[in-house]
Design a protein around this ligand. Structure first.
Ligand SMILES: [Zn+2]
Length: 135
């Protein structure tokens, strides 16, 4: 009798857990914010978000390279759902090309070798030094 009650107990708890299971696992409460056309674009967007102080990661880029022709598109996920609105704004800017316009004509001079570089480069193509952050 006691054993039956115990089993009923376990069954009840298991059912309750199943009913309350969130759509996404609790251990990874991350939100997809962008589906890219290819891994390069996904990593570009991730870098854009991280430059804006938003922690993000790319998922599915390995699948993309593994399957090639199959429509497995890489996605960009943000770690903190509270960053959603800002991420949306940055990605919107990116899709409209304003980020590209903002940096395209902003030439910079490499601190490592003195080379003059176009604004879209984040590292010196000549010596590999990263672009100095504006003070
Ligand atoms: Zn350089």
């Amino acid at each position: 009798m006691l054993l039956c009650l115990r089993i009923a107990d376990i069954y009840y708890v298991a059912c309750a857990r199943l009913r309350n299971t969130p759509a996404r696992p609790r251990y990874a409460p991350m939100n997809p914010v962008f589906t890219a056309r290819h891994p390069t674009e996904a990593h570009l967007v991730r870098g854009l978000l991280e430059a804006g102080g938003i922690r993000a990661e790319v998922r599915g880029d390995q699948l993309y390279s593994a399957f090639g022709e199959l429509p497995v598109l890489p996605t960009v996920w943000i770690v903190d759902p509270a960053d959603g609105p800002e991420a949306g704004r940055l990605i919107g800017d990116f899709l409209r090309g304003s980020a590209a316009r903002r940096y395209a004509h902003e030439r910079w001079t490499c601190a490592g070798c003195g080379e003059t570089l176009e604004g879209q480069f984040t590292d010196c193509w000549n010596c590999g030094a990263p672009r100095a952050q504006p003070a």
